[in-house]
Design a protein around this ligand. Structure first.
Ligand SMILES: O=C(O)CCC(=O)C(=O)O
Length: 302
């Protein structure tokens, strides 16, 4: 029963709450929803950030808008770690060959990027990447938007490089399938302009967004071509998320999005995916016991 419901809800935005939505909210995620309801955010700007995601499906800003002061320190360390790897000889060799190898090649269909952290990478419990993904302010924002205490489903980092091929996979318009409502946090670790393959999003196409009912006909099961999308949701509605390094994007990626098709420069980003417990696949691998004390929301996120 649950599998059938999950499939029915996957890759589609709800226009208004229906029976499946109420099942998702009050049965599948009852404990997480109650925890969110009983909780008052400690950061005063959390409600307004969450309201913007609720309305637009996306909010962008500098990392300091969304992270706690200690989170900014973990961010600096995580960024240094990822950029160091991106500049390593091994990665530079793969870029010169235009071909990711071994653990750097996580997803076969995405031969336009090198994975620097994959969802299978093991993270130290005290490491900066995990601590950043569990940042207390970021979790409060995600929780306020989702209306439930979230689950940290994936940690991922990759480097997109220019290719000659036409757009494919996540470079084409699509909706993510992981849950009925999702928050993906993307953090640019380098400056991203039009030539660097910015993330693109069509605001208000997430569940309960103003354009949730605007669904183009598309030949491919998952991906939407420009000539299918543009007559329904015209390019002047598309948000192109260019920005300097340390730009952060929080988006409900059930809304239409695409990105990572650079024309002349490499793009490096770090991304975290937050879902409800509806998504039951294993989350990040963690080694060791944290020496820091987690709050209840952080514990429930793991
Ligand atoms: O690389 C990008 O900018 C888009 C990534 C994407 O589509 C996704 O993570 O679902």
């Amino acid at each position: 029963m649950k599998i059938g419901i999950k499939k029915a809800l996957s890759r589609r935005a709800l226009v208004k709450p229906n029976a499946l939505y109420y099942f998702w909210k009050y049965a599948a995620n009852a404990g997480r929803v109650k925890a969110a309801k009983d909780y008052t955010p400690t950061y005063s700007d959390v409600p307004s950030i969450a309201e913007e995601i609720t309305r637009e499906g996306i909010v962008t800003g500098h990392v300091s808008d969304f992270l706690s002061p200690e989170g900014l320190e973990h961010f600096a360390d995580a960024k240094a770690e990822v950029l160091k790897l991106s500049r390593s000889e091994e990665v530079q060799r793969m870029l010169a060959d235009g071909n990711a190898k071994g653990e750097f090649k996580y997803n076969k269909g995405k031969d336009y990027l090198v994975n620097l952290i994959t969802p299978k990478t093991e993270h130290l419990a005290d490491g900066p990447v995990l601590r950043l993904a569990l940042d207390p302010k970021l979790l409060e924002v995600v929780s306020s938007y989702l209306g439930l205490w979230p689950r940290l489903f994936q940690i991922h980092s990759w480097l997109n490089y220019p290719t000659e091929e036409p757009a494919k996979a996540s470079q084409m318009w699509h909706r993510d399938p992981e849950d009925l409502r999702i928050v993906k946090a993307f953090i640019y670790l380098v400056d991203v302009d039009e030539d660097t393959g910015p993330f693109k999003f069509i605001p208000r196409t997430h569940s309960f967004g103003e354009f949730a009912n605007c669904v183009p006909h598309h030949k491919d099961r998952k991906r939407v071509e420009d000539d299918e999308m543009n007559p329904i949701l015209s390019p002047d509605l598309h948000r192109v998320c260019t920005g300097p390094a340390d730009t952060m994007i929080l988006a409900d990626t059930v809304g239409y999005h695409r990105g990572g098709k650079p024309t002349s420069k490499n793009r490096v980003l770090l991304t975290f995916t937050y879902t409800s417990s509806w998504q039951s696949k294993p989350g990040p691998q963690i080694s060791g016991t944290p020496s820091w004390s987690m709050n209840d929301m952080q514990r429930m996120a793991l």
